[in-house]
Design a protein around this ligand. Structure first.
Ligand code: SF4
Length: 265
């Protein structure tokens, strides 16, 4: 939502009207979504239309926004570190106090929080602190994100077998108190199926100008695949987009797709 091609309220309303069955929205980056000048208007418009909203934020601007946070399905806050100095080291910004102010302000409004912490072999011993921190806030689930990202199916299989990963899992499990609510991300090998990458089949990425793409990894000439402002719902099946999807699923894939780690599902 944020960044050069910010998505505005007009575009969101157009998409909402064109796709009336689209009832679940995630307001996320690239960039911090709450910096989008239309963030508040978009939230109100979606809530008025009975849509469910998730958002992914660094949390530092939450106290500045007067929004009905309790109406969100989840507020996903990337906390990452729970002490000011470490937080500054990771984010490069002196913003831990703003983050805490933001958390306090949405907790007062009875928001449901997901706090994410990136956990790798280098900081697995901090997990206990992360969980304790998340545990002090009501209606909060801690979500440790495993920082070992496989780049291919082969990588994934070997990672699953690796002693390092097994050790990290064991260490994390041992340090998780029974009382703490923790959603541990699933991490498993996904069998290949015919039909091309799932992203290109199920997702439509739209930029601030309404131009569409099959995925957020930059496969294909975005400006030539269609525009949701001009075509509305018909964009989903227009000729250019359909032809491009077929290429993604064929043996003559676009260059971006050839090196893409996206699993074929
Ligand atoms: S294979 Fe990768 S680059 Fe190609 S469409 Fe799918 S997600 Fe995008």
């Amino acid at each position: 939502m944020a960044g050069g091609g910010d998505i505005g309220i007009e575009l969101v309303d157009k998409i909402r009207v064109s796709f009336p069955k689209l009832k679940q929205w995630c307001l996320a980056g690239p960039g911090e979504p709450t910096l989008n000048k239309d963030y508040g208007a978009i939230v109100r418009s979606l809530l008025e239309a009975d849509c469910r909203i998730n958002t992914v934020t660094n949390g530092t601007r939450l106290s500045k926004l007067d929004l009905p946070w309790d109406k969100f399905m989840n507020l996903n806050i990337s906390v990452n570190e729970v002490e000011a100095e470490e937080h500054r080291e990771i984010t490069g910004k002196d913003s831990f106090s703003q983050l805490e102010e933001g958390i306090k302000s949405v907790v007062k409004k009875d928001a449901r929080l997901l706090m994410t912490f990136v956990v790798g072999l280098g900081n697995v011993e901090r997990l206990e602190d992360y969980l304790r921190y998340a545990g002090q806030w009501p209606r909060t689930t801690a979500v440790p994100i495993l920082a070992l990202t496989p780049q291919s199916e082969a990588d994934k299989s070997s990672l699953l077998e690796s002693e390092e990963l097994q050790e990290a899992f064991a260490a994390v499990k041992a340090k998780t108190p029974e009382s703490q609510s923790v959603a541990w991300p699933r991490f498993r090998a996904i069998p290949k199926r015919k039909g091309g990458c799932g992203m290109s089949r199920d997702v439509l990425v739209v930029n601030g100008k309404g131009e569409v793409a099959v995925c957020c990894r930059g496969a294909g000439p975005r400006s030539e695949l269609g525009n949701v402002l001009d075509e509305g719902r018909a964009v989903w099946k227009n000729k250019a987009l359909s032809a491009f999807r077929k290429r993604v699923w064929s043996n003559k894939k676009p260059i971006k797709c050839r090196a893409c780690p996206e699993p074929e599902i």
